[in-house]
Design a protein around this ligand. Structure first.
Ligand SMILES: *[C@@H]1O[C@H](CO)[C@@H](O)[C@H](O)[C@H]1NC(C)=O
Length: 388
């Protein structure tokens, strides 16, 4: 049953004191963007102009801003979803399903579809989904149908209800409960991601027709959901699958919060996501932990091969994708290798590295209006494989 969607109360409310520096930042950014656009014809960059401007925007706004400032700039997931769906010429149904605890599932495609992709968006556990997510997901749906005759719907999770302000301090004893901002103490994320899948199963979708896909921290969510299905995280409801999921795909999953690996050393400073923002966001996330006995869920790249024994019982196919030139790539490879070693042979595992790509390239291409690259095309083939 769907109830009308409303963005979380208090979302994006900022005080005057926070608004002034943000406005100044935008003023400086505006000047810089004009300069970049004018000098673009004379530059030797490999990027499109839109990409150059987008990178500058992310670099100027993300690292210095507080969660509330970022949310002032970025509308809530459901707001963007509804705007996107209403902009489509064929007027598809707009379905935002409130599934309890303030969690919503936003549907692209009819709920009557038997095949469903459960989608977990990225954004550092701080940001909502962005426009690019909906462009990308719609492209997957349309192209998979056109090329392979596969018809599936997508349920996009909007999580968070129980929220704290981690800007000043995340010591939970001292946390100020300031209403709803899109940031919750660990393991709330895991509990809510599991609740979304539990809802789909309860609604009667067959595991063999469900895929779970996510980008960046959404990719992290895909991986901890698989671990939860195998082991049962003590904080979340037990989910017993009668059969394995059709597949799980993690695009540029953030699987470890250290930045000591070779790929971090090589690409950390040139990556599209500024290290300053990533370190700040993972710092907030780490401070938000209400338990520390679940490290393999919290940072899956730390898990040994044995942790992934039983993976074949919960997913038939796992795709791990990343940019070959992104800081997180080594941790993605480490995790995939542990899975290969630990899981039974019945699960098909694959690592896919997009040449020359930074973090979350599949999404960034759509966010910037660039042509889809190899990860997006790999996703179309993967959908054919898992839904065959
Ligand atoms: C999976 O979806 C297809 C339609 O796409 C349907 O015919 C089939 O019955 C579904 N499988 C199960 C096990 O529900």
């Amino acid at each position: 049953m769907s109830t009308p969607y409303a963005p979380p109360a208090g979302y994006g409310d900022i005080s005057f004191v926070e608004l002034v520096p943000l406005a100044l930042r935008f003023l400086g950014l505006g000047l810089k963007l004009v300069f970049l656009a004018l000098s673009y014809p004379f530059s030797s960059t490999k990027f499109s102009l839109k990409r150059v401007l987008w990178r500058q925007f992310v670099r100027a706004i993300c690292p210095p801003s507080s969660i509330r400032q970022l949310q002032f700039v970025c509308p809530a997931t459901g707001v963007l979803y509804q705007k996107y769906m209403r902009s489509l010429p064929n007027k598809p149904p707009v379905i935002s399903e409130n599934i309890g605890d303030g969690i919503s599932l936003h549907w692209m495609g009819p709920k009557t579809n038997k095949k469903v992709m459960y989608y977990l968006h990225g954004g550092g556990f701080v940001l909502p989904a962005v426009d690019g997510h909906f462009y990308m997901l719609d492209w997957w749906r349309n192209e998979a149908k056109k090329r392979h005759g596969i018809d599936f719907s997508i349920a996009v999770l909007e999580y968070s209800t129980y929220l704290i302000d981690c800007t000043s301090s995340c010591q939970l004893s001292k946390a100020r409960m300031i209403g709803l901002i899109n940031f919750a103490p660990w393991p709330t994320q895991l509990v809510q991601v599991a609740a979304g899948l539990a809802h789909l199963l309860k609604e009667g979708y067959d595991p063999a027709n469900i895929t779970v896909v996510g980008d960046s921290v959404g990719g992290h969510e895909v991986i901890f959901l698989l671990a939860h299905l195998i082991h049962g995280h003590p904080a979340a409801d037990v989910l017993n699958l009668e059969k394995p999921l059709a597949g799980a795909a993690a695009l540029s999953p953030w699987l470890c919060f250290g930045t000591e690996t070779t790929s971090w050393k090589q690409h950390g400073h040139s990556d599209v996501m500024p290290l300053g923002a990533l370190n700040k966001w993972s710092g907030w996330f780490i401070k938000s932990r209400t338990r520390t006995d679940d490290s393999y869920y919290f940072e899956p790249a730390l898990a040994p091969a044995e942790w992934w024994g039983g993976l074949e019982k919960v997913a038939k196919n796992v795709l791990m994708a990343g940019g070959a030139s992104e800081g997180m790539f080594d941790d993605i490879v480490t995790t995939e290798k542990a899975m290969e070693k630990g899981a039974g042979k019945q699960v098909k595992l694959e690592i896919f590295g997009q040449e020359g790509a930074n973090h979350n390239e599949a999404l960034v291409e759509f966010a910037c209006g660039d042509a889809p690259g190899s990860t997006n095309y790999r996703m179309l083939e993967w959908l054919k494989e898992v839904y065959a």
